[in-house]
Design a binder for this molecule. Structure first.
Ligand code: GLV
Ligand code: MN
Ligand code: MN
Length: 420
């Protein structure tokens, strides 16, 4: 079926990606590259949102802002009563990002609309492009926040009450940045949701392919561990009298790596990405340590076992030094999410029709699509990344050609679904 084959303007897409990447840009000393830092609901994120909001309007779209700050840009269809086909992703970034994570999905959706309008192509269903708030979860502590509220997993009040490390809340930051919208917090189920995203891993590049069809997203478990010990003099305090929170934190990191290396938990991945000790001084035994644990696993049962064994290890660790205390706080938890077979098929057919060989793969990263999958048929398109698909790093890079081909597949898939 090639009737609705759409080819987008790859140069225009690239220019939009590069212009957006100027907002929140910084010189990354470690890589010598320009990186992007647009943590959710910061001034930089707000500036990026305003730029893209303006582009939506220039493209003739109407834009609604919901109470979670999600931007929903709409291109009407010919049937006013028909549920929309949605696409989108996020504009917020981690603190050491590149130009593509999330942005490709949003600006790709915009580029689809620009192309359709320029060519006078109408669709029966509306096409909506969504910018979800705080997908990364690095500022307010839980990922896919905006889409989780839209799809009903997280209550709006709980989301608004989340605070960052400075005690600023989501609700207050939405108001401060001018993105506290109104109307219902939950989306009416769309006809379908299709998200295009960079792969953020090496699979497509190793296979020599440009695009992939995503079968689902693996389980994600985030928790914060706080260890309390006792501040004491580094020179005078005998080892056996110490309650060393820093030592316990190090033991947790090593224990996690041993769990991964044991092979007993399938394809478990474990990361301690945040570690802070207090009072953080050379000659004082750490009185307190705080760390985050990020676990990923494609298998829900293996993930549950890993979490239980980690909890057992932590309980044992508490008794290992007199005076050591340990507490945990759940930050985020999602199960393996399989994507809809029909939408995967539609994406694969579109890729075939564009002459693009493809493979199917599970996503290692979390995505807004995994939340939307709870309310409508959903799947994703992955675009190949260079340099082993490195991401959450300024080296993150996908070529202009790869981005354009991914958005060609998105365009064709959306138009076909919007004709149903
Ligand atoms: C989102 O980037 C994630 O942490 O998977
Ligand atoms: Mn992303
Ligand atoms: Mn990310």
């Amino acid at each position: 079926m090639t009737d609705s084959l759409i080819t987008i303007d790859g140069d225009r897409l690239w220019r939009s990606l590069m212009e957006l990447a100027e907002i929140g840009a910084y010189d990354d000393a470690r890589t010598g590259l320009r990186g992007v830092n647009r943590l959710a609901l910061t001034d930089a994120d707000a500036e990026g949102r305003r730029l893209v909001l303006g582009w939506f309007r220039q493209a003739g779209m109407s834009v609604r802002i919901d109470p979670m700050g999600n931007l929903i840009a709409r291109r009407d269809g010919t049937d006013p009563g028909a549920a929309p086909v949605m696409t989108g992703s996020h504009l917020d970034s981690v603190a050491t990002a590149g130009a593509f994570d999330g942005c490709l999905g949003v600006l790709g959706g915009l580029e689809v609309v620009r192309t359709l309008t320029e060519r006078g192509i109408s669709t029966r269903r509306p096409i909506e492009v969504v910018v979800f708030t705080e997908e990364e979860g690095v500022r307010f502590g839980t990922d896919m926040l905006g889409s989780a509220v839209a799809a009903g997993r997280i209550a709006i009040k709980d989301a608004h009450d989340l605070i960052d490390r400075d005690g600023l809340s989501v609700g207050a930051e939405l108001r401060r940045t001018g993105f506290a919208g109104d109307g219902p917090a939950r989306f009416d189920p769309p006809h379908a949701y299709v998200e295009c995203h960079i792969e953020q891993g090496p699979v497509l590049a190793e296979a020599g392919l440009t695009v992939g069809v995503v079968t689902g997203v693996q389980a994600i478990s985030w928790q914060e561990i706080t260890i309390s010990g006792r501040a004491a003099h580094a020179g005078t305090t005998p080892t056996e009298l110490r309650a060393d929170a820093g030592l316990a934190a190090a033991q947790i990191i090593v224990a996690l790596r041993k769990m991964v290396d044991s092979g007993s938990y399938g394809q478990l991945r474990a990361t301690v990405g945040h570690l802070a000790v207090h009072p953080d001084l050379t000659n004082i035994v750490p009185a307190r340590a705080q760390l985050t644990v990020d676990l990923r696993n494609p298998d829900d049962e293996q993930m549950a076992r890993a979490e239980a064994d980690l909890a057992g290890y932590l309980a044992g660790l508490e008794g290992s030094q007199p005076g050591l205390g340990l507490s945990t706080r759940r930050m985020a938890r999602t199960s393996h999410v399989p994507f809809d077979h029909g939408i995967q098929k539609a994406i694969a057919t579109a890729a075939d029709d564009h002459g693009l060989a493809h493979l199917s793969l599970l996503s290692g990263a979390g995505h807004d699509a995994q939340e939307m999958a709870a309310i409508c048929p959903t799947a994703m398109i992955f675009v190949r990344g260079e340099y082993d698909g490195i991401s959450h790093n300024p080296r993150e890079y996908s070529t202009p050609q790869a981005c354009a081909r991914g958005i060609d597949v998105l365009a064709t898939t959306l138009v076909r679904l919007a004709g149903e």
